[in-house]
Design a protein around this ligand. Structure first.
Ligand code: 26Q
Length: 793
């Protein structure tokens, strides 16, 4: 496609799809017109991919996920199609800011955090490696809430990503299924008929996902909930207008909004309805597609791999059994075995409060047939494995982790450490029964979005040094290693980082009115707010540093900028307190003339994918400071390292593997290990003892307690302090001294910029393994038995 072709297509869509004259077009119109022009380029590779899959009868992968945190799509698609330069030129000629056009796109936040973003990276990689695949999820009308601060407190507002035209998707009015809830089951012998009481329609919307170099495209199919009857005309005619619209409102509630909690909001009926709604629609679609090609359902595991992204779609086990046994008449045991042959399950957390469980009461009233099938699945499992009794149903609850394990032929953790802990803790009994089922697939991130697009300064330097093959083969970043010894290269590497920091400083000045010195160390912690992620450890260290700086302003301090971003679940009171505290500390520290050249703190509101794309390339230091054993993997840690930020972190999740790859000398390790954490918790008054032993920590806590950051309301953080002193389950106090000392070591290294830049460049050169292309190839081999389709065939 030449520049002229692109311009013609753009102007064509502006005129004929949007009905706009260029003279009157807004940025919105240009953005949608460009998206449609780019989308046109995806359609042929998309059709070709589908044709090649049918022609070769290839196995298909189905990725079921409640969340896809996609962010913006336009730049991604442009980059993958190799249209970036031409697009820039077209808009330059038109006299329109290309950047403003990209900025106009809403950020699709159909996910909470890591799990949802991983699903989005996987979509990119599945297309890049030409693995025939579909993503299946919910087309939420409202994604994750928008976050604002009012007097430093988080306020949530609804998010409206669908307010304009959604340029990427194709509505499929013909692809609909009726999904039932409630009602009763009529059983006679081995036969059962479920008669649901309530029905809604699942309607498909497809977004093509183009891979790197535009050769292959897969489909993301998201389901919308609609009523079976639009409205009740009889009631309307009687003048009962609100009541007439009720069925519609009730049905649409199912796809109305993403649950904003990233542990479980236990036991909410609507959540279970959402889970069943999209899982059931997806399975019916999968069976429909299979039966257009094959007639023997026993072949299903050879042609279909279904991945459960955590337990959220775990009802897929019993539902697939129901479809095979009740609907298609297969024998029960055979149905269970076929289902297991197709299904596999990824676990993303070991936190007990995050493991999904549903009361038998709720499950029985919403999904009566499934509850009965789960009992039979348990019985069958017990009969086949009489040595140990492990069941999905226990004490009146259905445990979705156990159910997923029993119904899956592979279960995977998301980092080496996490997979080991899975075997030792939550799934130890099941692992003994089925030692071949648990495998590890360490997470990865897509280098297209998380290096090539978000960091043009650095990717340009990499291209210049080793060519551009690295984008599809991230391992090749290792070819940078010899360049790292070249002072000229390191200088250019430092220049690229500086450029990104200047751009971020500009953004923060414009949006927050805070002035940042681009030569100061940019120290960044961005992720959901959780006690186990320990943002409070970071802010305590910030306070201690500020106090030390005030006490001795001329001690040769390394100037620092502490940047935070992240949302708290609306009902997570403690997390919201931490946000408030960080904002209070920021206000106090930033107003202190004694430290104004040394320390700044900024909490940027409404963290999302787009903001991450601005922050990560500008980071010097990446904060990955979770209590060891609690962070399953982390993926932000990988993005930072790839972009040349050094990590200060614990031996947790994928930090362990990042450190192995970059080398212990290029990683700032601190804190207890996972076994040490367990030991420490058993120590009586561990927190009080740690506070007593660290004057820096004691001073920081005393400042919080005396209202230094909340003048007029000294007890604002009384519960935070109380928790730290007397409970401190996540061992903030016990890890503090080690963290504080390591931060002072970080200060020292930063003063030696030559050394720092060498370490940073080595981080880039040695983290090519963390590409999600590598992760996806691992799943294809170990979990799905799926293969890439030779492109062009
Ligand atoms: C479940 C039921 C009801 C309401 C909400 C939920 C829910 C929603 C989201 C439970 C969990 C999540 C998200 C979990 C998550 O993001 N986990 C992260 O997954 C990443 C990808 O594997 C890891 O890198 C992170 O370590 C892990 O925390």
């Amino acid at each position: 496609m030449t520049e002229a072709d692109l311009r013609d297509s753009l102007l064509h869509h502006l005129k004929y799809s949007l009905g706009k004259d260029p003279a009157h077009a807004h940025i919105y119109d240009w953005r949608v017109a460009l998206s449609l022009a780019v989308r046109d380029r995806i359609v042929d590779p998309w059709f070709n991919a589908t044709r090649a899959t049918y022609a070769g009868q290839h196995k298909r992968v189905y990725y079921l996920s409640m969340e896809f945190l996609i962010g913006r799509l336009l730049e991604d698609a442009i980059v993958n199609l190799g249209l970036l330069d031409r697009s820039k030129e077209v808009f330059e000629e038109l006299g329109i800011s290309f950047e403003a056009v990209l900025e106009n796109e809403p950020d699709a936040a159909l996910g909470n955090g890591g799990l949802g973003r991983l699903a989005a990276c996987f979509l990119d990689s599945l297309s890049t490696v030409a693995c025939p695949a579909h993503g299946y999820g919910i087309r939420y009308e409202h994604g994750l809430f928008r976050q604002r601060f009012v007097d430093g407190r988080q306020v949530e507002e609804p998010e409206t990503w669908l307010s304009g035209k959604h340029a990427w998707e194709f509505e499929r009015p013909e692809a609909t299924f009726e999904i039932g809830f409630g009602g009763s089951v009529v059983e006679s012998g081995d036969q059962a008929v479920w008669q649901p009481e309530e029905r809604v329609i699942a309607a498909a919307h497809d977004t093509p996902i183009i891979g790197w170099r535009g050769k292959w495209a897969n489909t993301l199919r998201l389901w919308n909930a609609k009523p079976t009857r639009i409205f009740d005309l009889e009631r309307f005619n009687r003048g009962e207008y609100a009541a007439a619209a009720e069925p519609e409102a009730l049905a649409r509630t199912i796809s109305r909004v993403l649950y904003p909690d990233d542990t479980t909001e236990q036991g909410k009926a609507l959540r279970l309805k959402q889970e069943y709604f999209f899982t059931a629609a997806s399975l019916r679609d999968i069976l429909r597609r299979f039966l257009t090609e094959y007639d023997d359902l026993r072949k299903l595991p050879h042609k279909v791999a279904i991945q459960l992204n955590d337990t959220h779609p775990a009802i897929a086990g019993p539902e697939l059994v129901r479809l095979l046994h009740d609907d298609k008449g297969l024998d029960f045991e055979e149905s269970v075995d076929i289902a297991r042959g197709c299904l596999s399950y990824t676990n993303h957390t070991l936190l007990p409060e995050a493991l999904e469980r549903w009361s038998e009461g709720l499950m029985g009233s919403l999904l009566p047939r499934h509850l009965r099938l789960i009992e039979r699945i348990d019985d069958l499992h017990a009969r086949r494995n009489p040595t140990r009794k492990v069941t999905a149903i226990e004490h009146g609850h259905v445990k979705m982790g156990e159910l997923s394990f029993i119904m899956a032929h592979r279960i995977n953790g998301v980092s080496a450490l996490h997979t080991d802990l899975m075997k030792q803790t939550v799934f130890s009994e099941l692992n003994r029964l089925h030692p071949d089922r648990i495998v590890n697939e360490t997470n990865g991130v897509t280098p297209r979005r998380w290096l090539l697009s978000c960091n043009p300064a650095l990717s340009g330097l990499i291209d210049k040094s080793i060519g551009n093959d690295w984008v599809g083969h991230l391992d090749r970043l290792s070819e940078l290693e010899p360049h790292v010894e070249d002072a000229g290269f390191r200088h250019e590497y430092a220049e690229a980082k500086k450029k990104n920091k200047v751009a971020l400083a500009h953004f923060v000045r414009e949006t927050e009115g805070i002035m940042l010195d681009p030569d100061a160390m940019f120290d960044i912690q961005i992720k959901r707010i959780h006690e186990y992620k320990r943002q409070h450890l970071n802010i305590l260290e910030t306070i201690a540093l500020w106090r030390a700086m005030r006490e001795n302003p001329n001690a040769g301090w390394t100037p620092r900028v502490k940047i935070f971003a992240g949302k708290a679940a609306p009902g997570y009171i403690f997390a919201k307190k931490i946000i408030h505290l960080i904002n209070d500390v920021a206000r106090t520290v930033n107003a202190d003339p004694a430290t104004s050249d040394l320390l700044k703190v900024a909490y940027l509101p409404n963290y999302n994918v787009t903001l991450a794309e601005r922050l990560i390339p500008a980071a010097d230091l990446s904060e990955q400071i979770s209590t060891a054993g609690k962070e399953a993997s982390g993926t932000g840690n990988m993005k930072f390292a790839l972009n040349g930020a050094l990590t200060i972190g614990t031996l947790d999740g994928a930090n362990v593997e990042i450190r192995d790859h970059v080398g212990a000398d290029n990683f700032f390790l601190f804190g207890m290990t996972a076994p040490e954490v367990i030991e420490r918790r058993a120590v009586d008054e561990h927190a009080r003892k740690a506070i007593e032993a660290s004057p820096e920590l004691a001073g920081a806590i005393a400042d919080i307690e005396s209202g230094v950051f909340s003048p007029g309301e000294p007890d604002r953080y009384a519960d935070v302090v109380e928790n730290l002193r007397w409970s401190d389950y996540f061992l903030v106090c016990s890890d503090f001294a080690s963290y504080y000392d390591k931060q002072r070591e970080v200060d020292g290294v930063y003063l030696d910029q030559e050394r720092w830049m060498r370490m940073a460049a080595l981080n880039t050169a040695r983290t090519g393994w963390f590409s999600s292309d590598r992760t996806i190839r691992g799943y294809m081999q170990d979990v799905w038995s799926a293969h890439s389709v030779p492109i062009g065939s």
